[in-house]
Design a protein. Structure first.
Length: 613
């Protein structure tokens, strides 16, 4: 490389750093200030909740109001952290600015009335919302928008927990399992440090945790490793991973079940509030409400109490899982991380009694390792352990976090997280598939179990009355009624508009949308628009969008399914729109799945059959 080339490269790198300083620094200051106000508000409402215990009975009303507001004006903001991760993977509509005030107020309300939730979700959404606003302000392209969103996550996470290095790594690691987004390394580190400094500048102090084990030993500050203790840490790390998976899968399954049983979200949140109140009176304690970081009652289980030597709590972690799952899956806002800290520290406390290990060490290991397993961010959590507890037990932190990550399998509290590299070579998972789709490969365990129990109960009743009839019904309960119909495919680009007709006051509209609406008016059976990522049309140039990024010149397809007569009439009616397009017709067969007339009076029906395609 010539001297001119070398100096030119260094100059471009310096300009890039200056550009990100100009964008990220003010963004991180805003995010850090919001996080400072948020943490102050959380502390204030937590003290109010302890001072006025009757506030708990307002939780159902608060849940109804919160869910109603999100349903009314929240729209895409309801997706929370998953929306931000989706926008980083596939920049599109952006993260709405209204997400920031909505999540801040709703989380504070959740904690005021006693919901068991965290604060990381709020910090990340504050960071993502403000970062998206800065991206629009500076008119950043798709690649730079991804980077500024990651920097927003880093600023929020670093500020709310007081762990800036872990916050920067978390933003790079949380998006894709097995892959770190190094392109955002410098902006994320800038944002995390600036956000943390800003939060401290407002006078906000974070909770300090301390592991007394070997803290005074000579040379312990640099390194310590004991073979037997390491074996116990390995066992605990595997348990942390399994419980992290339990939390994630239980949360997603219960949420899916609640949405199925109670589609109206305000009612769902109301019932969740009632359930939390019922749990409080069923077990006779309020110690599993709120963050669980501290309590004015010394006898309550808290994160700090789990570090006390001699204080062993066997089942506090399990109760916290129950309270948190009920709170978050019913629609209350907050985050999972601080409850996961509670669950992990409590589980580490319980395991220390079983394994005969130092209580405070295992509480600290559980605090970071269980979160590593549930979020698939082992590096960030290991570094968080060093930032929170010092480097004395860094080797144990690494072992616990890495084993928890491995043993949690392909599950995550973030459904938009993608799999870049499967955790084991035997896992046959398509590349870059999201955790949401990994879960779609199989049914929800809870819903599947309920369906199986219902079916077996019905089948057993019918078997007692008429075994031969059940056997016949199971084999021939439905029949197929095929009929010939047609499929029409129209190829175009997303940017194409309808021809000007002088009737519209707002100019022309996207052609693919107008075709779908016209098909609906014409009574066409099915009409869908398929976006593509690579292809060409009409012998044109092959267009490539890269990895699932929008390209207005890339070919897309509008597909209509109906009878041939209807499709022919539609094509002639809208010939001005279709002229010059590639229009393909294909004869297909439609299947109607209907009941057998001979068993219409059967004592029991099997599970519903799949609808016709």
């Amino acid at each position: 490389m010539s001297l001119a080339s070398f100096l030119g490269l260094r100059w471009r790198q310096a300009l890039s750093v200056l550009k990100w300083l100009a964008i990220v620094l003010p963004m991180a200051i805003v995010v850090g200030s919001l996080c400072a106000g948020f943490l102050w508000s959380l502390d204030a409402v937590t003290r109010a909740r302890f001072a006025f215990p009757w506030l708990l009975f307002g939780l159902p009303v608060a849940g109804f109001a919160m869910a109603f507001v999100y349903q009314w004006i929240g729209r895409s903001a309801e997706a929370g952290n998953n929306l931000i991760v989706d926008q980083i993977h596939e920049p599109g509509g952006g993260v709405p600015l209204r997400m920031a005030p909505l999540i801040l107020v709703s989380t504070v309300v959740t904690h005021l009335f006693g919901g068991s939730a965290g604060r990381e979700g709020t910090a990340v959404q504050l960071g993502g919302s403000i970062a998206s606003g800065f991206g629009r302000l500076f008119r950043l392209d798709a690649a730079d928008t991804r980077i500024v969103l990651m920097a927003g996550i880093a600023a929020g996470f670093g500020a709310v927990f007081g762990t800036p290095i872990a916050g920067a790594i978390f933003a790079l690691e949380v998006l894709t399992i097995g892959r770190i987004q190094y392109e955002a390394m410098i902006p994320s580190l800038m944002a995390a440090i600036a956000g943390d400094w800003t939060c401290h500048a407002w006078g906000i102090a974070h909770t300090h945790y301390h592991i007394a084990f070997l803290s005074d030993a000579a040379g312990a500050a640099s390194f310590h490793l004991d073979g037997l203790l390491l074996l116990k840490v390995c066992l605990a790390g595997m348990v942390f991973g399994l419980v992290g998976r339990l939390f994630a899968e239980t949360s997603h399954s219960v949420q899916a079940l609640l949405k199925k049983l109670v589609p109206y979200s305000p009612l769902r949140a109301t019932l969740g509030g009632v359930a939390v109140i019922g749990l409080v009176y069923a077990i006779g304690t309020r110690e599993y409400l709120g963050l669980g970081v501290w309590s004015p009652n010394p006898a309550d289980a808290t994160i700090l109490s789990f570090f006390e030597p001699g204080h062993i709590d066997r089942w506090g972690w399990l109760w916290k899982i129950l309270f948190t799952v009920v709170t978050l899956t019913s629609g209350f806002k907050g985050g999972e991380v601080t409850p996961l800290f509670f669950i992990g520290a409590g589980l580490g406390n319980a395991l220390s009694g079983v394994l005969g290990a130092p209580t405070d060490l295992f509480a600290g290991l559980g605090l970071v390792a269980l979160f590593a397993g549930a979020s698939n961010t082992p590096l960030a959590c290991m570094i968080m352990g060093v930032e929170l507890f010092g480097a004395t037990h860094a080797a144990y932190m690494a072992v616990a976090c890495f084993l928890a990550y491995l043993c949690s399998g392909h599950s995550s509290i973030y459904l938009s997280q993608r799999i870049g590299v499967p955790k084991t070579s035997s896992d046959r998972i398509p590349p870059d598939v999201s955790m949401r789709h990994v879960r779609d490969f199989g049914p929800s365990p809870i819903i599947d179990l309920i369906d199986r129990i219902q079916y077996r109960r019905q089948a057993s009743r019918a078997m007692l009355s008429n075994p031969q009839k059940v056997q016949t019904m199971t084999k021939f309960a439905h029949k197929l009624a095929p009929r010939d119909i047609g499929m029409l495919r129209i190829y175009m680009t997303p940017r194409e508009k309808t021809p000007k007709d002088g009737k519209s006051l707002f100019g022309t509209r996207p052609l693919y949308r107008e075709l779908i609406l016209a098909a609906k008016s014409a009574g066409i059976m099915n009409a869908v628009a398929h976006h593509t990522h690579f292809g060409y049309s009409n012998h044109g140039k092959a267009e490539d969008a890269g990895f699932e990024l929008p390209n207005p010149d890339l070919t897309m397809c509008v597909e209509l399914i109906s009878t041939r007569d209807q499709l022919e009439a539609f094509s002639r009616t809208h010939g001005a729109w279709l002229k010059g397009k590639v229009v393909v017709y294909k004869q297909i067969e439609h299947w109607d799945i209907v009941d057998q007339p001979s068993i219409a009076d059967a004592a029991v029906s099997p599970l519903p059959a799949a609808k016709a395609v």
